[in-house]
Design a protein around this ligand. Structure first.
Ligand code: NAD
Length: 386
């Protein structure tokens, strides 16, 4: 088997790592940077010390603090225009996946002409040249955007998620400081942490799985199962936060090469139709991921069960294994506070459009097995019945 391990950004990881943001950004050759963030992160008090740190290093700052969740391309174009006019020579993104993806997409606009829509993945997509030095400072532990190549945006014309991917969307430096996540409220901790779990489980079972992504995925599953409940219960638990930030990072590394599949396609479809947070949508779908791969990769399903604390008899059929592990994942989600589809008021009549949307999503092409509408609907109906 031939597989590719793509380039990984330089990473500075650990408590207080963000104290080096100014100095490190300057070392990248920047003198005037665009700092991108959203109002929630600013209100949480996370942005001010980083701005101060950038100033202390002698950097001029242009601020864009209006990032929206599930960043719309229209907003990226607005921010990109600001950055072009201000002639910044670097970008620092401070926030969750929405902010980091905005920073990445704006970096595409700094190195290339036209609006961001020109660079969407898919038929007719244009390649793009590198932008400016890009420093990404995550404040959630979920998406792994700090290490992945893709910027996930809302394609407003089609009301769907789409990606932009290329040299300008790879961070020059990721600064992962778990202390920045201490103030994350329990519900966002849960949703983002389950996004990490979903990256790991889907990378572990995707068509593009490989030895490296498997190793990273197994560790990320183990860490998430152990530390996410602690981080949700007590946000100030530094050990739990540190391990979740690390799990997020390595799950991001895993899925960058192996890709994600059913759960993310489901999360995107649910998110764009019903405005459910990305991590929540992906989390709800994870028992379905196991149902899909149970016959295809029983050894891996068993391993996931073991990593999640199950004792599984040797003679279980693949169907029994699948059921046990799916149930364990659903119970884990419940423990973390992931709502069910019914609790989110998703009705039977919503399921067909949900399935159709899911099958159009780019992640669906990374499924380890080909499924038709009937099969997809069956899995979604089972999720709805939980
Ligand atoms: P987010 O960035 O949308 O943030 C969610 C909320 O958390 C916001 O209100 C924000 O203000 C708040 N927040 C963030 N950090 C905080 C902190 N430290 N304290 C208090 N509040 C804080 O959420 P997210 O889940 O990190 O990102 C979701 C986005 O990332 C989606 O658009 C998704 O599609 C995308 N995504 C991208 C990748 C990738 O590889 N690029 C991977 C997965 C998901």
């Amino acid at each position: 088997m031939v597989f590719r391990i793509g380039p990984k950004s330089e990473v500075l990881f650990g408590e207080h790592a963000s104290d080096q943001t100014g100095e490190r950004t300057k070392l990248l050759g920047c003198s005037k940077v665009l700092c991108v963030y959203d109002p929630g992160v600013k209100d949480a008090g996370v942005v001010a010390p980083i701005l101060e740190n950038l100033r202390k290093a002698g950097l001029e700052i242009v601020e864009y603090g209006k990032v929206l969740p599930d960043p719309p391309d229209t907003m990226v174009n607005e921010c990109g225009e600001l950055a072009r006019k201000a002639k910044v020579d670097g970008i620092v993104g401070v926030g969750g996946g929405s902010t980091l993806d905005t920073a990445k997409a704006v970096n595409v606009m700094l190195g290339n002409p036209g609006p961001i829509e020109n660079y969407y993945l898919g038929p007719g997509a244009q390649g793009h040249k590198p932008g400016k030095p890009l420093v990404l400072v995550p404040t959630t532990a979920g998406t792994g955007s700090e290490i992945t190549y893709v910027a996930v945006l809302t394609r407003t014309a089609l009301n769907m998620k789409n990606g932009v991917l290329g040299p300008a969307t790879i961070a020059s430096l990721a600064i992962v400081d778990p202390l920045l996540t201490l103030g994350l409220p329990p519900a966002i901790t849960a949703a983002t942490g389950m996004d990490t779990f979903a990256h790991a489980l889907e990378a572990y079972t995707a068509a593009g799985q490989n030895m490296m992504s498997d190793m990273l995925s197994e560790k990320a599953i183990e860490l998430t199962v152990h530390y996410l409940p602690r981080a949700v219960k007590k946000g100030s638990d530094v050990e739990a936060r540190t391990n979740m930030s690390f799990a997020c990072l390595i799950a991001g590394m895993a899925f960058t090469d192996a890709k994600t599949h059913f759960g993310h396609a489901f999360g995107h479809s649910l998110g764009s139709r019903h405005h459910i947070p990305h991590g929540t949508g992906c989390a709800i779908a994870q028992p379905g991921v196991i149902a899909i791969v149970a016959d295809l990769m029983p050894k891996k399903v068993r391993r996931v069960g073991e990593l999640m604390g199950l004792t599984l008899a040797d003679n279980l059929s693949s169907a029994e294994l699948g059921k046990r592990v799916s149930d364990r994942i659903a119970a884990f989600g419940k423990e973390i506070g992931v709502p069910t589809l019914r609790q989110l008021n998703i009705k039977e009549s919503d399921l067909v459009p949900l399935a159709e949307g899911l099958m159009k999503d780019v992640c669906f092409s990374f499924m380890p097995i080909k499924l038709g509408l009937e099969d997809v609907l069956k899995v979604i109906q089972e999720l709805h019945a939980r």
